[in-house]
Design a protein around this ligand. Structure first.
Ligand code: ADP
Length: 550
């Protein structure tokens, strides 16, 4: 027997329709690429998104065609986002921090027909245009006066949408239609495309905005610092218009002073970013003896929250930290570390320990940990295992069947779960802790050492700006940890000071065998430590003890 409820496909155009109907005057404020702060509204964004649809259709773009964007978080990006998705085209966000050749490879693989971009990225566009095989139309997110002189035929976005009507149709297709495409950064092998559907995006946004996850409402002022090209700005581009929050788009300026200025002038209550952004903001606040006055909650994810960052936000500024874990393949939210009633009676230090874990899954995410044979490990907070996930907003295959694990082209384990590539524990309350990427875990004498745990502690030592731990081959133990430190400007922490700082905080056999200082720890395209580059730099490194033994 079927239920007798209405058929209302979960397509993302309904999100912006809802915002227009209920919050037409709620603001979307942008630090524009041209410079000034601009003020827009959901009502006007709806109107202009309709014009984008009209303009795309006029140029022959159809359902299923891929529309690329190489752009920061701005209102225009949001318009193009809904304009393309609303008509059933696939909005493909590109990460401008990748090498130009990689961007060109991804655009060709996705067969993007249109490329929208910020003028900041004109040099990249000029460099890759001769390599592109499918792009027919280059549109700069600006007006005619700001279109740069170029060898590439560039149209101004304002001209592109000018004169289009606002009655272009949206939706009316199956909710499983593709809506968005985002490539993983491909730290191993070629990048792989994750193809979100309308349904997966709508369900994911609703899951991400549950009370114990983001918990945003119409009284919030939400600033997605995490870029729209980093896994859908962690759903904020959907959550904002869904709940009627005012949205503040920071454009391309993500340094401490610029972020702080917007937080204060716009009264931001909720924001989200990777730890590196917060390290920049916190350093700026400390140096200038400043304090955010309106910010209530921050989501920190993409890599583990360093203890020093957690303490600074919660203890110095009274701002709640929500530690999030996820990945492009999960849309991206996997877990968020909101405390449970069971933690309420604990002392503050125990609570902080729990908050440093990656958290628990919202409804729509199922997870388990298994050994190499796929046998489930206990949820005792101690046993490590490969972390597998399942849910309606989690990838089952990559675009064009990249990385397929079965003959249906799916990238799933035999049990139907997706392998995250992370190694984790799950405690009896269901709280997950990442102990490493499967490929970064240090295998010492048959046991696993978590590089992340040591890094998180080390960034709390005096004079440390950033810390990384990698495994170095060892004749007796297979691998031993090497601690790599980027000192704060002017600081010179010594090996002994750093090891002394770690002593007693980690197991003896986890203690790094050596410490080296480097000018800069290399970061990858999404702001995470680039371990591949570090392993390359230190490939001939030998521990002093190993050298002595030889
Ligand atoms: P990529 O893997 O291509 O860098 P993603 O943004 O999809 O891009 O990265 C997902 C991975 O990032 C996760 O599998 C995990 O290893 C890591 N990660 C994300 N959030 C956290 C976190 N809070 N703590 C530790 N690792 C994290």
């Amino acid at each position: 027997m079927l239920g007798l409820m209405q058929d209302w496909p979960l397509t993302v155009d309904r999100i912006l329709d809802h915002a227009k109907a209920n919050f037409p005057n709620r603001e979307v404020v942008t630090r524009s690429i041209e410079g000034p702060i601009t003020r827009n509204t959901y009502g006007n964004i709806w109107t202009r998104a309709k014009k984008v649809t009209g303009a795309l259709r006029a140029r022959g773009i159809q359902m299923g065609d891929r529309v690329g964007t190489l752009a920061w978080n701005t209102d225009r990006h949001l318009e193009a986002w809904y304009g393309a998705m609303g008509m059933g085209a696939v909005l493909h966000t590109l990460n401008p921090r990748l090498f130009p050749e990689q961007i060109a490879w991804i655009i060709n693989h996705a067969e993007d027909k249109v490329l929208f971009f910020d003028t900041t990225f004109t040099p990249i566009v000029e460099k890759i245009a001769p390599l592109l095989t499918s792009v027919k139309l280059y549109v700069a997110f600006t007006d005619r006066a700001h279109v740069p002189e170029s060898s590439v035929p560039i149209e101004a976005y304002e001209d592109f949408i000018h004169g289009q009507s606002t009655d272009a149709a949206w939706g009316g297709f199956d909710e499983n239609t593709a809506a968005g495409l985002c490539y993983t950064s491909g730290t191993t092998g070629d990048p792989k495309g994750v193809l979100y559907s309308h349904r997966s995006n709508v369900l994911h946004a609703m899951a991400a905005n549950q009370t114990d996850v983001f918990g945003c409402g119409a009284s919030d002022v939400v600033m997605p610092i995490v870029p729209m090209f980093h896994a859908n700005a962690w759903a904020i581009s959907f959550v904002g218009p869904m709940c009627g929050a005012k949205v503040v788009m920071p454009g391309g300026k993500l340094d401490g002073p610029s972020v702080f200025e917007l937080l204060e002038t716009e009264g931001v209550t909720f924001t989200a970013a990777v730890p590196t952004v917060w390290l920049g903001l916190l350093a700026f606040l400390r140096e200038n003896k400043l304090k955010p006055t309106t910010l209530k909650r921050v989501v920190i994810g993409g890599s583990a929250v360093p203890e020093a960052v957690l303490r600074a936000f919660e203890e110095d500024y009274g701002i709640e930290v929500l530690h999030g874990w996820g990945m492009t393949e999960m849309s991206p939210m996997g877990t968020v570390g909101k405390l449970l009633p069971e933690h309420a009676a604990q002392d503050r230090e125990s609570q902080l320990k729990t908050k440093l874990k990656q958290g628990r899954p919202p409804f729509t995410v199922e997870m388990k940990i298994v050994d190499d044979e796929g046998v489930e490990k206990p949820h005792d907070g101690k046993a490590f295992g490969r972390l597998l996930v399942r849910g309606p907003s989690i990838a089952k295959a990559y675009f064009k069947n990249a990385g397929a694990k079965n003959d249906k082209g799916e990238a799933l384990e035999k049990c139907g779960f997706f392998d995250t590539g992370d190694v984790a524990t799950i405690d009896p309350l269901g709280i997950m802790q990442i102990t490493d990427r499967a490929k970064d875990v240090i295998k010492s004498g048959g046991e696993w050492i978590s590089s992340i745990d040591i890094e998180n502690l080390a960034v709390g030592a005096d004079g440390v700006a950033n810390a990384a731990v990698i495994g170095i081959l060892h004749p007796k133990w297979d691998e031993r940890p090497l601690l790599i430190i980027e000192p704060k400007p002017g600081a010179q922490p010594t090996r002994d000071q750093l090891l002394k700082f770690l002593e007693g905080k980690i197991a003896k056999w986890w203690m790094p065998d050596d410490v080296v200082l480097v000018e800069k720890i290399p970061l990858g395209a999404t702001g995470k430590i680039n371990k591949l580059a570090l392993r390359e730099t230190f490939k001939n490194y030998k521990f002093p003890t190993t050298q002595a033994a030889e």
